[in-house]
Design a protein around this ligand. Structure first.
Ligand code: PAF
Length: 283
């Protein structure tokens, strides 16, 4: 167990990071909204394995939630999170409060890149504006060498990579694989919302992606046929509403018709009141 320093003040965090860099340490940053699970901890491990100093941020960012979404219910397990971070040799945890990140009068937002428009961007039109704005603020407050994000939020990782390129932010972005339960369910802080029967239904997301992958291995190249198989499997599995099923170019997220190169399969669906997403590279 390392000594984990906790900072909440925005005016202290910058000097803590620049001091570590001045000591010659490479700094890894893992931005999170807390309610940490093995997926987050895999990002932490990726950071501690490749950087000398790891900082984790825990901030439930209000600007990425629409008024109808689950900001008020979003799970919070701060004491457990801090214990887990200390056990994972994290050096610093930044837990700012809302009014320091968004003081009265705050009114500047990032207009996210084009890759933010389809899929999540269609379903949640203000989401990526909030994500890009807070992530850029975190990159300024914690000027790390490398920032780690999960592939679970695949479109988010593309948005952040594009923003960093377009705005010349001097940070490297690393995207780490999805962590799944033994039965395939992608880890998510929102899984705690699921009842045990809903959790069974939720397995149809990963199962349908697995089936899509098998279809492609067996030679299927028609994207519409694969989308339809995914749709059938989600409905048979009992999801209440499908928001999107996408077979898209991994860089632009434009929908494909024929699979000549690898694609991303991305799904968003609702089970009861819970919205879940999953994705997988196919082909
Ligand atoms: O992926 C998340 O948990 C959030 O979107 C992030 C990147 C921490 C920004 O609030």
């Amino acid at each position: 167990v390392s000594t984990l320093q906790q900072i909440t003040a925005c005016n202290e965090i910058y000097s803590a990071i620049t001091q570590a860099r001045a000591e010659g340490k490479t700094v890894g940053l893992v931005p999170t909204m807390g309610a940490l699970h093995e997926g987050h901890l895999s990002l932490v491990r990726a950071s501690t394995e490749s950087c000398d100093f790891t900082a984790v941020t825990i901030f439930v960012n209000p600007t990425q939630f629409a008024p109808s979404e689950d900001l008020q219910q979003y799970p919070s397990t701060l004491q457990q999170d801090i214990t887990a971070l200390a056990e994972h040799q994290v050096d610093l945890v930044f837990t700012p409060n809302k009014h320091d990140i968004y003081p009265a009068g705050f009114s500047t937002y990032i207009d996210p890149p084009e890759v933010a428009l389809p899929l999540e961007g269609k379903q949640r039109p203000t989401h990526f504006r909030g994500v890009a704005t807070v992530v850029l603020k975190l990159f300024h407050l914690l000027p790390a060498d490398i920032a780690f994000f999960g592939q679970k939020d695949y479109q988010q990782s593309l948005v952040i990579q594009q923003m960093v390129r377009d705005l010349d932010v001097p940070i490297e972005i690393r995207v780490c694989p999805i962590v799944r339960e033994a039965d395939g369910l992608a880890l998510s802080s929102r899984n705690v919302y699921l009842s045990s029967s809903e959790r069974q239904q939720a397995l149809s997301l990963s199962a349908s992606l697995e089936q899509a992958s098998q279809l492609v291995t067996a030679g299927e190249r028609n994207a519409d046929i694969i989308r339809e198989k995914i749709r059938q499997m989600l409905l048979t599995g009992g999801v209440d509403e499908i928001e999107y099923i996408s077979l898209a170019d991994p860089e632009t997220l434009g929908e494909v018709e024929q699979l000549s190169t690898p694609v991303m399969a991305l799904i968003a669906a609702r089970i009861g009141k819970t919205r879940l997403i999953d994705n997988r590279r196919i082909g």
